[in-house]
Design a protein around this ligand. Structure first.
Ligand code: NAD
Length: 454
């Protein structure tokens, strides 16, 4: 590892990676490698947790292709120096900002969208002119292998190299001297990464999780709400960082909402049956989720098969904030529904949790919408939809507080791997004497006057 990072640093210091043409070439290579190997990628992820080619394309590869295309289209503009105005005190001068890559970057991926979460930060890092060491999650072993194989066969290791492994390898990587660490995963491990980075004052972006609420008010379009929530919650068997973790529904419409949820799940039955369904990633997570289901509170679902790591989409009712599924991020196909009588109380309850990664508001009432958006702090979200905000690259994606530090995707991704170097550029033909000794009253008067014209 030490040797690899030293080699990447040496290469970075040749300034080769800073050329726009070089960055484009890396992005083109990545795009070609992915496109030419889609069937291998599909096979690997299906082998890990039975994720279908359709879902892999829609929720992983399509996002990567879009990020690559957008980065290539905007590279010249994003990486060019930006002129800004100069204040009177500095006259005569020009002022500008030079975007510069940070250097050698470490990207640590999570398992639940293994291609997208490992490679989207890499797209941003390469576009910004950095070199990258990627450590994908070890849990989906086949996808980790195929990423390593394809990248290490097709990229110069001085620019982009994949190192596979779990906790020991990541711990070792975190001891190395990187210029940036980008981590996706749990809040618990995020803290470990943050502590390690503090030792060397390495800048970090932490993309973590949390309990993302969905509010369903009396006046929403109930049928559409149920449809969109069922899709968002049970996509990838609920193993989505921005999945609605639980629903706060107005008491007066709770029964209607539960009925509609059930109808929507049954409509999608084919996708949710054991044979077609994305699996729970491993036995540990299966056991964790199983313990979370209070048998007396199952409204719908509750069928489990440990052998095939299958949990039927399960809706829980009469849930309180003290129940098991409300004690941690669920990250599985279990949806607790909690009734509220007034929105103020519901907001107060939600705010007892750390700031979530997402929040969703299903309502047609403008005031309620504004109130929830204003009074709850969260990473990002949607109104009358869920999860889909991630698919708009113009919306920076990231958490706040315990759900994350920093954001990425689109231009935000480029910024996340870039230092903006500010320059005041002065000619030598004129120098105003007012800042120099002797410090007279008259000079101070002039400085104060000039400060008014900032
Ligand atoms: P995780 O924190 O267990 O693992 C993430 C990465 O950290 C893996 O590469 C793993 O090898 C490494 N790791 C694990 N333990 C470590 C340790 N002790 N020291 C050093 N490295 C270690 O997370 P996960 O199970 O892969 O993913 C699930 C979590 O990630 C959920 O909380 C979810 O909300 C969150 N997540 C967030 C986003 C986001 O974009 N914000 C996306 C996906 C998942």
């Amino acid at each position: 590892m030490k040797q690899l990072i030293a080699t990447q640093k040496e290469f970075f210091n040749t300034h080769t990676t800073k050329a726009v043409s070089f960055r484009k070439k890396q992005l083109n290579t990545l795009e070609t490698v992915l496109k030419e190997n889609e069937s291998l990628l599909n096979e690997a992820i299906y082998g890990d947790f039975k994720k279908s080619g359709f879902e892999t394309y829609v929720s992983e590869l399509a996002l990567l292709y879009h990020d690559i295309k957008q980065a290539k289209r905007n590279l010249k503009n994003w990486s060019g120096r930006k002129r800004v105005s100069t204040n009177l005190l500095n006259f005569p001068a020009t002022s500008y900002i030079i975007p510069e890559p940070l250097g050698v970057c470490l990207v640590i991926g999570a398992w639940n969208y293994p291609y997208q979460l490992s490679l989207a930060p890499v797209v941003a890092a390469l576009a910004a002119g950095n070199t990258v060491v990627l450590k994908p999650s070890e849990l989906p072993a086949n996808t980790s292998n195929i990423i390593a194989q394809l990248i290490n066969e097709n990229f110069d290791p001085r620019v982009f190299k994949v190192i596979e492994g779990g906790v020991p390898e990541t711990t070792e990587l975190l001891k190395q001297d990187f210029d940036k660490i980008f981590f996706t995963g749990s809040t618990k491990v995020g803290k470990i990464v943050y502590k390690a980075a503090a030792e060397t004052l390495t800048p970090v972006t932490l993309e973590m999780g949390g309990k993302s609420p969905a509010f369903v008010t009396e006046d929403c379009n109930m049928k559409m709400t149920a449809k969109r929530l069922v899709w968002a919650k049970f996509l990838n068997a609920g193993q989505t960082c921005i999945a609605p973790d639980y629903v706060m529904v107005h008491e007066r419409v709770k029964d209607e909402f539960l009925e509609l949820l059930k109808a929507e799940i049954e409509k999608e039955r084919f996708a949710f049956e054991n044979d077609n369904c994305v699996q729970i990633i491993n036995d540990d997570n299966f056991d964790r989720l199983e313990k979370m289901i209070p048998q007396d509170k199952i409204y719908y679902g509750g069928t489990l098969s440990k052998e095939s790591r299958y949990i039927q989409p399960t809706v829980l009712q009469n849930i309180s904030f003290d129940d098991a599924p409300m004690q941690e991020e669920i990250f599985g196909p279990i949806l607790p529904v909690i009734a509220y009588t007034n929105v103020e109380d519901a907001i107060s309850k939600v705010r007892t949790f750390p700031k979530p990664l997402s929040c969703y508001v299903f309502t047609s009432d403008k005031k309620t919408k504004q109130k929830i958006l204003k009074e709850i702090s969260f990473g990002g979200g949607a109104v009358n939809d869920a999860v889909m905000h991630i698919s708009n690259p113009n919306l920076p994606f990231g958490g706040v507080g315990q759900s994350g530090i920093g954001s990425y995707h689109g231009k935000a991704g480029f910024d996340c791997f870039t230092h903006y170097k500010s320059i005041l550029d002065k000619p030598t033909w004129l120098e105003l004497p007012i800042k120099y000794y002797p410090h007279t009253k008259n000079k101070l008067k002039w400085i104060k006057r000039m400060m008014r014209w900032q």
